[in-house]
Design a protein around this ligand. Structure first.
Ligand SMILES: O=C(O)CCC(=O)C(=O)O
Ligand SMILES: [Fe+2]
Length: 368
């Protein structure tokens, strides 16, 4: 069936395909959506996920997503109360909004502006940047805009943005003109935020922050573009349910269009974008390190009928040649996760396609 769908790309649908470096046609969802008026039912079909529209969504709980104030964590008078909130957020939700995060407004505004301009570039221009890269070895430098394997209604462009010595900026897009600079500023600001959060997270579990130091030394930045979908928005997903292969992930919701949903008690809770906050979530590596005390929660992205949505995920990742293992609070604590090489985990995660929590299940000792 898959072959059928691909070879169906006759002259009528050629405009919806773009050629990758290989001869395989790669679907670009933004281009497909732009031709919406004539999107044939069969072109849409592969994106339809049966049952999505039947899942329980509890919008009335959206306001309960925890909010953590970094300024209060940094203030001796309020740190205790705020750290307790942080602990609850990581244990119970696996997600929190961080306000007073200290990232200059102009840095965020620059990044938002440039990412919108980037996705407005002609497909051939974007593909040229995407084609130049694609090597994920040792986390690699960047990866594709379109993915012909993917069933999700989105296009993504990713690059390894930190640390400076491990990246090659010559691969980064230089359109719009200030893009490289915006990425550089944004990612180095986020790195500082990540270190600050990691310090407080370590304290909430009684771990020496230095033990966490090499667990978020790198940063992978992924820019996500979710076109609107006029035909069957309730039946497609921009991003299928997954947990993140990171220590923590810091998400910027670029244009305030709702879409992200968090798995909670068997239902989905939509997250309301906040202009003054960044959304942080616990990733798989932090779940393993805390021996399951902090949860790497599944999440997914839904699609809007009228509006496109853009977001930027910044995955804080450990040293590729390091190891990841539970850090125990006491000698009596039962070890629930394997000790794994980061490289092994990363390879598994990337090969699995992060649908569901398969990689994390593999790391759980109780599963074997
Ligand atoms: O776009 C979003 O809101 C979330 C994206 C996401 O979950 C991811 O990049 O891992
Ligand atoms: Fe995610």
């Amino acid at each position: 069936m898959e072959v059928e769908a691909r070879s169906g790309g006759s002259s009528a649908s050629e405009g919806r395909w773009s050629q990758s470096g290989t001869s395989l046609p790669v679907r670009n969802v933004q281009a497909l959506a732009a031709s919406a008026g004539e999107v044939a039912v069969d072109a849409m079909e592969r994106y339809i996920q049966p049952g999505v529209d039947g899942d329980t969504v509890l919008a009335e709980h959206s306001d309960e997503v925890p909010v953590i104030d970094l300024a209060k964590l940094l203030d001796a008078e309020s740190v205790e109360v705020e750290a307790a909130k942080l602990r609850f957020a990581c244990e119970d939700w696996g997600f929190f909004q961080v306000v007073n995060h200290g990232i200059p407004i102009e840095v965020i505004a620059g990044m938002k502006h440039d990412i919108q301009k980037f996705f407005q570039l002609p497909l051939e221009v974007k593909n040229a940047y995407a084609q130049r890269v694609g090597d994920l070895q040792g986390y690699g430098q960047a990866f594709v805009l379109s993915d012909d394997q993917k069933l999700d209604w989105s296009d993504m462009f990713g690059l390894f943005s930190q640390p400076p010595q491990a990246r090659d900026m010559s691969y980064w897009p230089n359109q719009p003109p200030n893009f490289r600079n915006s990425i550089e500023e944004y990612s180095s600001e986020l790195m500082k935020l990540s270190h600050s959060l990691a310090t407080f997270i370590a304290k909430t579990i009684g771990v020496d922050p230095e033990l966490m130091e090499d667990k978020h030394v790198g940063q992978f930045l992924r820019m996500n573009y979710y076109p609107s979908c006029t035909t069957t928005p309730e039946k497609v997903l921009g991003f299928s349910p997954h947990s993140d292969g990171s220590f923590i992930t810091i998400l910027l919701e670029v244009n305030a269009v709702q879409g992200l949903q968090i798995r909670r008690h068997g239902a989905w809770i939509p997250v309301k974008p906040r202009g003054d906050a960044l959304l942080v979530n616990v990733g798989d590596f932090l779940e393993i390190m805390t021996n399951g005390k902090y949860k790497s929660i599944e999440h997914r992205v839904t699609i809007n009928a009228q509006k496109e949505r853009l977001s930027i995920s910044a995955f804080q990742v450990p040293k590729y040649d390091g190891i990841i293992s539970p850090v125990l609070g006491s000698t009596e604590e039962k070890v629930l996760y394997k000790t794994m090489r980061v490289e092994e985990y990363a390879r598994l995660y990337l090969s699995n396609k992060p649908y569901g929590k398969r990689t994390l299940d593999y790391a759980k000792l109780s599963q074997i």
